[in-house]
Design a protein around this ligand. Structure first.
Ligand SMILES: [Zn+2]
Length: 382
C-alpha cells in the first residue's frame, strides 16, 4: 500500500543521486563516422544509449495497489492513498485500471469527489487534482477528498475525446451492465466510483477546434449544488439540469450534489485556469467545514445564464467567428461569415437573440453543420 501524509513520498536512492552527479559524456557527432562503417559507429550509438539511462532518476514510491472498488475505508485516517481501480480488461486480457487518490481526514465529514478526463483530451483537470492533493494535509482534514485522475483511460492514450469505440462516454451514462464496450465501461465507472461521493466536481475543457470561457454547468434550482457552483468564481454560470447521459447527470440521479467545471482548452495544462479553479474548490472545502480557511470571492461578478444553445452553420466553407469568448452579442449582430475556398463571401450569420458567448468554434475549415458559437441566454450578473 502507498500511503503518505500531505506531500507525496519520494525516495531517491544514493545510487541514483550518485549517477546524476557523474559528469555528462558529451557526444560530438562526427559525420565522417558514417563513412567508417561499423566499429566507430557502433561505439557512438552505445554511448548515447548509456547516457540516456543516466539522465533518468526514478522518484516514485513503489507499487501502487490495484483495487476492485473505491472504498474510503481502505485509506487509514489522516493519510493519502494512491490506487489503481480495475475496471475492465482489454482485448488481450490486460486490465484497464483507473488512477485515483483518497485524502482521508482524521475526523469523519463530507466526501467530495473530483473526476477528470472523461473526455480523453481534456487534461487541465488532471493537473488540478494533482496540485490539490500535493497541498492537502489529511491530518487537518475533516471528511475525505477523492481525486479520480483519468476516467477515460483508453481515450486519453489515443489522445482523443471519445472512448476507443468512438462513443462519447459523457452522453451514454449511466450505461448498461450488459451493454457494449463503452456502455459497460461507463456503467462500471458510475457503479464503482460514484456511490461513495456526496459531492461531485467533474472537470472538463472545450474540445478540439473550439475555445471556452471559464464556466460552470450546474442545476441552479438545487440549493446545495447552486452554492457549490457560486463558490467557484467562474466567468459564467450556466443553469443546466444534466438529464442528458452525462456523468454529472448519473451522479445527480444518485442524489449527489454535482457540478461540471469547464476549464478552457483541450490537450494542454493551463496553469492560470487551474490556479483559479483551485481557489473555487478550496472554497467548497472551507464552506463544507472540511478545512479551516477563508472563502475567496472575485471582485468581478459572475454572469448567470438561464440556458444556452449552439448555433451551427447550414453550409460548409471557410468559417470566421467574430465575437470573442465572454462578450455580449445583440439580436441581429453579425457573428460569423463563411467564404468559399476562393475567398468569396458565401454566407453570413447573425445572433438570433441577445446573449453572451460561452464558447466558439476556431477551426476555419468548417463543413455544413460546423459549430459557430455557444450562446448563453438571458445573462444577468449575480
Ligand atoms: Zn468534456
Amino acid at each position: 500500500m502507498v500511503f503518505h501524509s500531505g506531500r507525496p513520498f519520494f525516495s531517491t536512492s544514493k545510487t541514483n543521486q550518485d549517477r546524476n552527479t557523474l559528469p555528462a559524456i558529451l557526444i560530438f557527432f562526427n559525420f565522417s563516422v558514417f563513412h567508417l562503417k561499423t566499429p566507430y559507429y557502433s561505439i557512438h550509438l552505445l554511448i548515447v544509449r548509456m547516457q540516456g539511462r543516466k539522465n533518468a532518476i526514478r522518484l516514485t514510491a513503489g507499487n501502487v495497489p490495484v483495487v476492485d472498488e473505491l472504498r474510503i475505508q481502505d485509506t487509514p485516517p489522516g493519510t493519502i492513498g494512491e490506487y489503481w481501480l480495475n475496471l475492465v480488461h482489454n482485448g488481450i486480457g490486460e486490465p484497464i485500471n483507473i488512477p485515483f487518490m483518497v485524502a482521508r481526514g482524521k475526523e469523519e465529514g463530507p466526501i467530495v469527489g473530483l473526476t477528470a478526463a472523461i473526455h480523453g483530451n481534456e487534461l487541465n483537470g488532471i493537473a488540478l487534482i494533482q496540485k490539490l492533493f500535493r497541498d492537502l494535509d489529511p491530518t487537518v482534514l475533516k471528511g475525505s477528498v477523492v481525486g479520480v485522475l483519468v476516467l477515460n483511460v483508453p481515450g486519453l492514450l489515443l489522445e482523443k475525446r471519445q472512448f476507443n469505440d468512438g462513443s462519447d462516454l459523457n452522453r451514454i451514462a449511466p450505461g448498461r451492465p450488459d451493454g457494449n464496450v463503452s456502455q459497460v465501461y461507463i456503467h462500471r465507472l458510475v457503479q464503482k466510483i460514484l456511490p461513495e461521493f456526496e459531492y461531485l466536481i467533474d472537470l472538463h475543457t472545450a474540445s478540439f477546434g473550439r475555445v471556452n470561457s471559464w464556466y460552470i454547468r450546474a442545476d441552479m434550482n438545487a440549493p446545495k449544488t447552486a452554492r457549490m457552483a457560486r463558490l467557484q468564481n467562474p466567468e459564467i454560470l450556466l443553469h443546466n439540469k444534466a438529464n442528458d447521459g452525462t456523468f454529472r447527470g448519473a451522479a445527480s440521479a444518485m442524489g449527489i450534489e454535482a457540478i461540471t467545471l469547464e476549464l478552457r482548452d483541450p490537450h494542454i495544462f493551463q496553469q492560470n485556469v487551474i490556479a483559479e479553479a483551485l481557489v473555487g474548490i478550496r472554497n467548497v472545502l472551507y464552506d463544507l467545514g472540511m478545512l479551516e480557511g477563508a472563502i475567496q470571492m472575485h471582485e468581478k461578478p459572475t454572469l448567470l445564464c438561464e440556458s444556452s444553445y449552439w448555433i451551427y452553420t447550414d453550409e460548409g466553407g471557410i468559417l470566421e467567428v467574430f465575437p470573442s469568448v465572454g462578450s455580449f452579442v445583440q439580436k441581429g449582430a453579425l457573428i460569423a461569415e463563411v467564404r468559399n475556398i476562393f475567398g468569396q463571401l458565401h454566407r453570413q450569420y447573425v445572433a438570433p437573440e441577445y446573449g453572451v458567448v460561452i464558447g466558439k468554434g476556431i477551426d476555419p475549415i468548417s463543413p455544413t453543420g460546423g459549430r459557430i458559437l455557444h450562446l448563453g441566454i438571458r445573462p444577468k450578473y449575480l
